[in-house]
Design a protein around this ligand. Structure first.
Ligand code: FES
Length: 245
């Protein structure tokens, strides 16, 4: 940078000298000096170009605290400290990872259903007191559920209904686990009214809202409802015990 400034000053002075009004006789002296100035300029510029192309030496990098040379990792006086440092860092990271894992597990477990909610998700009903031909209505997850104890005649009637006569084609045996027991949601598939048990043209259920008739298998047979009554998930936990949900 100093060489650049010097070259710049020299060229500025030469220009100033040439533009000045010189006294008589000074023009000859100036004509002698000018070539020297130009030679000095060219020498300075060539040395500058040479120094610019050359890679700087280590001491020219301008490090004030000499940290690059003094604190290099491969010049540590006590290499065993490196292992201790790595061990310390690994321990801290492991502690962080363990804490994060615990927090994630707690957060996820807080989102799962509590015991009382799970208890409501399923409900067991004793149907031993329901005589053949009768229907009881129980509540499961806030919805009415019909449990009907079917007679042998009703079972035989529903088993012989051809699928072609059904709007929502579903055989009776696909809707029951045991032929004597029918379990369906008590919600009309038209607009959600609660149908009346033991009523309608098919002696199953009748929805008074818009006149849908369901048979003893809970299948839609007449009226605007598009689908059969829904069968919830259930299983028998005893001779006369049904667990819904
Ligand atoms: S809601 Fe049952 S027929 Fe319309």
């Amino acid at each position: 940078m100093n060489a650049l400034r010097l070259a710049s000053r020299l060229s500025t002075r030469a220009a100033a000298a040439s533009s000045q009004v010189l006294p008589r006789g000074a023009g000859a002296s100036l004509s002698l000096i000018a070539p020297r100035i130009e030679a000095t300029q060219s020498q300075t510029l060539s040395s500058l170009a040479t120094s610019t192309n050359k890679a700087p030496a280590l001491h020219e990098l301008g490090s004030v605290d000499h940290g690059f040379t003094d604190d290099r990792v491969d010049r540590i006086a006590e290499p065993e400290r490196r292992a201790f440092t790595y061990l310390l860092l690994s321990g801290v990271r492991f502690a962080y990872a363990s804490t994060a894992r615990v927090l994630v597990v707690k957060f996820v477990s807080s989102m799962s259903a509590s015991a009382d909610v799970l208890a409501l998700a399923s409900a067991e009903f004793d149907v031993s007191a329901v005589s053949p031909g009768k229907t009881i209505t129980v509540k499961w997850r806030g919805k009415p559920v019909f449990i009907r104890h079917r007679t042998p005649a009703e079972i035989a009637t529903e088993a012989t209904v051809p699928l072609s006569a059904l709007r929502d084609e579903e055989s009776d045996e696909d809707r029951v686990l045991q032929p004597e027991w029918l379990v369906v949601l008590g919600i009309c598939t038209h607009l959600g009214c609660v149908p009346i048990s033991g009523a309608g043209d098919f002696n199953g259920w009748f929805c008074p809202c818009h006149g849908s008739h369901y048979d003893v298998s809970g299948r839609i047979r007449k009226g605007p409802a598009p689908l059969n009554l829904e069968v919830p998930p259930y299983k028998f936990t005893g001779d006369a015990k049904i667990l819904i949900g």
